[in-house]
Design a protein around this ligand. Sequence first.
Ligand code: NAI
Length: 333
Amino acid sequence: MPLTVAFFDTKPYDRDYFSAADTAGLDLRFLEHRLTAATVSTAQGAAAVCCFVNDRLDRPLLAQLRDAGVRHVALRCAGFNNADLAAAKELGLAVTRVPAYSPHAVAEHTLALLLTLNRKIHRAHNRVREQNFSLAGLVGFDLHGKTAGIVGTGKIGRIVAEILRGFGMRVLACDPFPDAVWAAQHRISYVSKTELFAQSDVISLHSPLTPETHHLVNEPTLAAMKRGAFIVNTSRGKLIDTAALIEALKSGRVGGVALDVYEEEEGVFFEDHSDRVLADDELARLLTFPNVLITAHQAFLTREALSEIARVTLENLRRAASGVPFLEGTQLA
Ligand code: NAI
């Protein structure tokens, strides 16, 4: 009897990559809607659920899943700020994630955003397509010789830092768990967060979302930044206080912002809203700035990452069903 898995918030690329992987012993039930209090009943009959970044896994919802017969929550992502792990443990639910499907995918997208923002490739592309070959307003700056600040030197932050060293940038970093050997090897300096904000021309966020990192970029940190510095966020939207960011953009304190994640992305990102009125005034305001570049949480979206997410998630679903320990480093609860 195959194990039934309810897959929430699935898109065509999820279905393609999960269906192409080894699905032996599993009955995958792909659902397009997100997991919310209103949709939790659609997990009925499933022994496991597979969720993504904007599925809500708070205590009441986990209790409802457990009552519906679910025993395993498999997150097909690295971040797990949307899951109440203490509640899951108390309820006897196993929770797994995919901790490192391709840190290169996210790091490379971070660089794509930074280079596009700085050299205004998005604006140049639109102009050239309109046969407007003017260069006015497209002046960028050399990254070489400038200072980058990496907040969080885990798997992704390190790759970004090493690539930026390759550009000839001076790289500063902050992390509560610094790795002095790695830093010395790449001639990267750990400094305090205050120093990093004060000295960097480009700040890139790579720490997880936790109570400590919530609104890490806020009014005081923005005020302490070098005037005209860039901020890139491919980590989690709530690391930035959006209202404070908008004020800093309006005053020119921040020179440019590239976001792959947004504070209130839930229910907006990953969907086509092109025929609707945008109800989020802060997102609407961000979209008006010529020096703001936004992608809709796509840093993970490479062939390699999707294949690895499918492989690890399906293997863990099978392991849960047969009582075998999960793949190393993937179990959260
Ligand atoms: P990781 O766990 O390898 O590294 C996170 C690092 O942040 C650790 O070194 C940790 O010590 C550090 N950190 C924790 N608190 C900090 C603080 N207050 N200040 C500075 N550093 C702090 O995680 P990884 O794989 O590098 O991923 C980073 C984040 O990227 C994830 O938490 C996730 O939110 C995000 N992500 C975004 C994706 C996207 O598609 N946009 C895809 C995958 C991950």
